[in-house]
Design a protein around this ligand. Structure first.
Ligand SMILES: Cc1cc2nc3c(=O)[nH]c(=O)nc-3n(C[C@H](O)[C@H](O)[C@H](O)COP(=O)(O)OP(=O)(O)OC[C@H]3O[C@@H](n4cnc5c(N)ncnc54)[C@H](O)[C@@H]3O)c2cc1C
Length: 476
């Protein structure tokens, strides 16, 4: 096969098969790139026994897009045969019925899990791809023109040598990141308060939330949420729903810049009385207001209510919105006092990428350069190290890493974060990564790392026009 049992050699490792890693695999299959990607050997490594959806289904919230956006990831002629069994899937039909509304992420994840299993089985069988489940990537070493990926499974360690690594292990919310960003604004959280990440909170059920907040509610302690994105408004709603009848009266939302709302057109925003900057907040390609950075769907409803009447959804829980940068008079001081008095501070200030230990072969840790919202990488997710050197052959674009806005697709000028979402993973983001990986695999190697392996059947001749009626009818 690909080498002996202690060292394996292949062309590419896909590390992490959550929505980002799977997006790349779906895209490679539908674009016809899979034979080339798997030619020198492709190993998929994931810590989970059942990879495919990562954390997405654990969040107890609705999606920030309509169901059809997820169906669109499955809708392609090249995937027709692979996905035929989904026609009998209740998860598929649940999303289909919500094609024009935002489904629960748990339902989205169920569909993606089923679709991922079909894709993984297919590429293992037809392209000789190796799938290593329950296997954790512990270290990635950059060595000349190749990478060494150290993995652990059932207490055993082994090494994969490869030319390209696509590394999407998910994201994390480092509390220090929150404290540093508050400190930059002259704000602080007292050592006595508990910092809870939105990532953890959004995965808690009502009972877990009531348990966690019981001591705070008992002493009538203050709860502050820091951030102004989707996560922040999802957190507000989950807190109010779970804790209203346990005694929660008010939550403070501390946000740096104005809360941005999404509108399909500038006219719709004007009619709703929403103030926006026609130059900075409108996407020149689509004409949408706050296309990248605006709240959508359920978070939009919660945001609108909060801005207009100071309540969270339809509950009786109040929310005080405090803008710390260029906000109304007194907001900064009130935010400083609120944080100083808070018993619990919920961190909704974005993600950092979850990374294994990264080292250079000669010794020394690799530190990846960060920008607002993710990593400083090129359009193919290839990052810079702290010396400004590009790490050719390494690609990250999932949660915590993200990609910069593609000007061809458009965005609003005021948005300076990184873009990530399931649709992007399955389309533009992974498309650029596939191109870059294939280009690298075609370049001559300094030291040959590939072993000969059996040819796998090309799928090109199997590609027929896609007519599976159920998916074909779903609206884009
Ligand atoms: C609260 C929240 C809501 C979101 N809602 C939406 C939405 O509505 N629509 C949308 O399009 N996007 C949404 N996103 C953005 C994004 O689509 C999800 O975060 C998505 O789960 C990110 O996928 P990922 O593959 O980058 O990471 P993850 O989902 O975290 O998957 C990581 C994968 O890597 C594996 N892994 C982790 N560590 C290791 C290791 N050391 N070795 C091997 N494998 C490992 C895991 O088992 C997992 O399979 C949301 C994000 C958040 C945080």
């Amino acid at each position: 096969m690909y080498g002996d049992h202690l060292e394996t050699v292949c062309g590419c490792v896909v590390g992490g098969a959550g929505p980002a890693g799977m997006g790349l695999l779906f895209n490679a299959l539908k674009s016809g790139a899979m034979p080339e990607l798997a030619k020198e050997g492709l190993i998929i490594v994931d810590a989970s026994p059942t990879p495919g959806t990562g954390r997405l289904g654990d969040y107890r919230i609705t999606a920030n897009s309509v169901g059809d956006v997820f169906l669109d990831c499955l809708r392609d002629p090249a995937l027709r045969d692979v996905f035929e069994p989904l026609e009998h899937s209740p998860a598929y039909w649940r999303i289909r019925r919500q094609a024009q509304s935002a489904p629960q992420l748990a339902d989205v994840a169920e569909l993606l899990a089923e679709a991922s299993t079909l894709v993984l089985d297919f590429i293992v069988e037809h392209y000789g791809v190796k799938l290593w489940t329950s296997t954790t990537i512990t270290e990635v070493v950059s060595h000349d023109d190749e990478y060494q990926v150290w993995v652990e499974s059932e207490g055993r360690s082994r090494r994969i040598r490869c030319r390209a690594v696509v590394l999407n292990l998910g994201g994390r919310q480092d509390p220090q990141h929150l404290l540093d960003s508050l400190a930059d604004q002259g704000l602080a959280v007292p050592p006595s308060s508990r910092v809870l990440s939105a990532d953890v909170l959004l995965r808690m059920n009502g009972v877990q939330l009531r348990d966690y907040f019981a001591p705070t509610l008992a002493r009538k302690g203050r709860v502050s949420v820091v951030g102004g994105s989707h996560s922040a408004f999802s957190v507000l709603e989950n807190l109010a729903d779970a804790l209203e009848f346990a005694g929660l009266k008010e939550v403070t939302l501390v946000h740096r810049s104005p809360i941005r709302l999404f509108y399909e057109t500038a006219q719709a925003a004007i009619e709703a009385g929403y103030p926006f900057d026609p130059l900075k907040d409108v996407c020149p390609v689509s004409g949408r207001v706050n296309r990248s950075g605006g709240l959508r769907y359920r978070a939009l409803d919660v945001g609108r209510e909060a801005l207009s009447n100071g309540h969270i959804g339809k509950t009786g829980v109040r929310v005080q919105l405090l803008q710390t940068q260029n906000g109304p008079e007194g907001h900064y001081e009130s935010a400083r006092d609120a944080l100083a008095e808070s018993d619990v501070v919920v961190q909704c200030t974005g993600y950092q990428p979850l990374l294994p230990t990264l080292n250079y072969a000669g010794g020394g840790a690799i530190r990846l350069m960060e920008v607002k919202g993710g990593l400083d990488s090129d359009p193919s997710g290839c990052p810079l190290d702290s010396h400004g050197q590009r790490l050719y052959g390494l690609h990250l674009f999932g949660l915590g890493a993200g990609l910069g806005v593609d000007p061809r697709l458009g965005s609003e000028a005021s948005f300076d974060g990184r873009i990530y979402g399931v649709w992007q993973f399955h389309h533009d983001a992974s498309g650029a990564v596939i191109d870059a990986v294939l280009q690298r695999l075609q370049q001559p190697v300094l030291q040959p790392v590939s072993l000969s392996r059996k040819q796998v059947a090309s799928r090109d001749e199997q590609r027929h026009p896609f007519l599976w009626p159920v998916l074909a009818n779903a609206q884009t």
